[in-house]
Design a protein around this ligand. Structure first.
Ligand SMILES: [Zn+2]
Length: 349
């Protein structure tokens, strides 16, 4: 944790009007506001929303940095996304994060309670330091992420791995609201994971828990960028589907493979069946290891679940008698922002 500055907010009610959060008690008595629309009733402004002092959630990935103001009851009231300037390394990425935070803090008129950050990479949840990040975020390894953002903003800041914060989002507002124990499997370019017990992320030593993508599925299988062979990520990720697609036809990619499977092309369907069987094998291992109430599956590949979800269910039934419950994540690419905000809410309780 890094609580480098005192809290600026006090949980008072506020409102957003045309992208700016204004003090509710000062400006909205008698149901009126003044400013960007002149004087008018609050219920006459379609852009006006009342809420408690918000949390700022930031989600840092290799392609985009997303940030949002999130109310105490879990709704995003203002959201911004910028491209991750990876070509500028750490300095450029920190500049964009500071800009986003300043923009949203200005819009909230200084009432933000604190900042939560989910970032790709291995993050120490206690210190908020980036222990390791791949070249998707160049220069990120070794950064004291939480303290740096706290110094730049004057707010308390906490940081965790982005799949961990996405899982917290699903706990708070998404598919896992009714569960105290579940696993999130994120099928994106790679495969990420998070394990939640008693409503809390199970971090393991230094945040190392939940690296589901590096469970070994195939003895002496494909070489993974972690140095092992046969990792789950090499068989059930977006990158894996790209590779599998190219084996079928050199000019196919994962999207083409999905389209062909949707059109019942036999080689594409066979590849999807193999994908589903391997994913099922991984999910069965997760089930036996942690005994979750449910395994929530998120990430970009869920957008094409129409072509593989029923095949995954079939593969699970074929491989095990265990009553494994699976379901798609509920928040899409907003889970990271909402979960990062929820991390702040939990820390400030
Ligand atoms: Zn690996």
């Amino acid at each position: 944790m890094d609580a480098g500055a005192s809290r600026s907010g006090s949980g008072e009610r506020g409102m957003v009007c045309c992208g700016r959060l204004r003090d509710y008690t000062a400006s909205a008595h008698n149901g009126e506001v003044s400013g960007c629309h002149g004087s008018q009733r609050t219920d006459g402004c379609m852009n006006t929303v009342k809420f408690e002092a918000p949390y700022l959630g930031i989600d840092i990935g290799g392609t985009g940095i997303k940030a949002g103001l999130v109310t105490a009851d879990g709704n995003i009231i203002l959201e911004r996304t910028v491209r991750t300037p990876i070509e500028e390394g750490r300095a450029g990425m920190m500049r964009e994060i500071s800009r986003l935070a300043a923009d949203l803090m200005e819009a909230s008129a200084g009432s933000v309670e604190g900042i939560g950050i989910g970032s790709a990479g291995l993050i120490d949840p206690d210190s908020g330091e980036v222990i390791y990040a791949t070249d998707n975020l160049p220069g990120w390894t070794g950064l004291s992420l939480a303290s740096s953002v706290s110094r730049a903003t004057g707010l308390p800041v906490w940081a965790d791995n982005d799949v961990h914060t996405a899982a917290l989002g699903e706990v708070w507002m998404g598919a896992a609201r009714d569960y105290h124990s579940f696993a999130l499997v994120a099928l994106g370019t790679g495969v990420g994971g998070a394990i939640v017990r008693n409503g809390q992320i199970s971090h393991g030593f230094g945040g190392r828990s939940g690296e589901i993508g590096h469970m070994i599925l195939e003895q002496d299988g494909l070489l993974c960028n972690c140095g092992q062979r046969g990792c789950m990520e090499q068989y059930v990720s977006g990158s894996a589907l790209n590779r599998i697609a190219r084996v079928i036809e050199p000019d196919w990619d994962s999207r083409r493979l999905i389209r062909e499977a949707q059109a019942s092309e036999s080689r594409a369907l066979q590849a999807i069946d193999q994908f589903a069987a391997r994913l099922a094998a991984g999910l069965i291992s997760i089930y036996h290891l942690i005994g979750p109430q449910s395994i929530v599956i998120g990430g970009g590949l869920v957008n094409s679940a129409d072509v593989w979800w029923s095949r995954l269910e079939h593969a699970l039934r074929r491989k095990t008698d265990m009553p494994i419950r699976i379901e798609p994540a509920g928040l899409g690419n907003r889970a990271g922002i909402i979960g990062a905000a929820y991390m702040v809410k939990c820390k400030l309780r």
